[in-house]
Design a protein around this ligand. Sequence first.
Ligand code: HEC
Length: 228
Amino acid sequence: MPNKYEPWIMMKNKRPLYFTLATAGIIVVVLFILWAGNDFQALRSTEPPMQIRYDMQYQTKVGAQQPSTFFADRKTMRDHVPGTVPRNGSLYPYTTFQEAEAELTNPVAGNRDVLARGKNRFNAFCSPCHSVSGQDTTEVVRKGLQKPPNLAGANAKSYSDAHIFHVISAGQNIMPGYADKIKPEDRWAIVNYVRELQKAPLKYPENAPAATAAVTDTASAARATGGN
Ligand code: HEC
């Protein structure tokens, strides 16, 4: 008959002390081995700790710009279905800059209030190729893209606002159009910001006078000779 004043744990567990100690010791050693196997993570890793449950950190999905085996053309980012317009989007109707110049005038010409927005959109959409100054060489050019013309160069300076708006909307040669990605009012804000960038002094001398073809040919020639 157990003594009813003994603590309940002693009543249930009559095992000798060394047995308890050995069990605790084994547990400690096993945990230590597991921890060592995990490279003592919590002590010196800046990585997130070992994942017992993945939650949503790892997902079966393809990210932007990654290839996909799901579509025949292996592109993850899908092109618009021909003949469709994005929801809340609009079609850009002009195919030549002359058409655009005949019909469009800059609704925010000279308005400095839109410059902050223009800078924001320019840095997001244009600077990867044109650099934040519009003049410098960017990483994508070092990786092989044809060097875009200097936006502060004589040629781009000679473009009308509507012409720059047209280039942004419809593209020019290998530069893609952004009509489906940038709202018209933001495109005009970018035009104003490009005008602002053009006030900066030329960083690089212009060796060929104006014409687009000449500007881009110079760039290609420079790349061919490793001049970039
Ligand atoms: C994917 C790279 C890329 C992006 C992004 C890009 N451009 Fe271009 N851009 C080019 C290339 C390349 C050319 C030269 C095309 C050619 O050979 O006529 C060019 C040409 C131009 C021209 C004509 C300059 C001239 O002297 O002929 C203007 C203006 C221009 N881009 C403005 C912009 C603006 C504003 C944006 C952002 C909305 C932008 N570009 C985004 C690559 C790009």
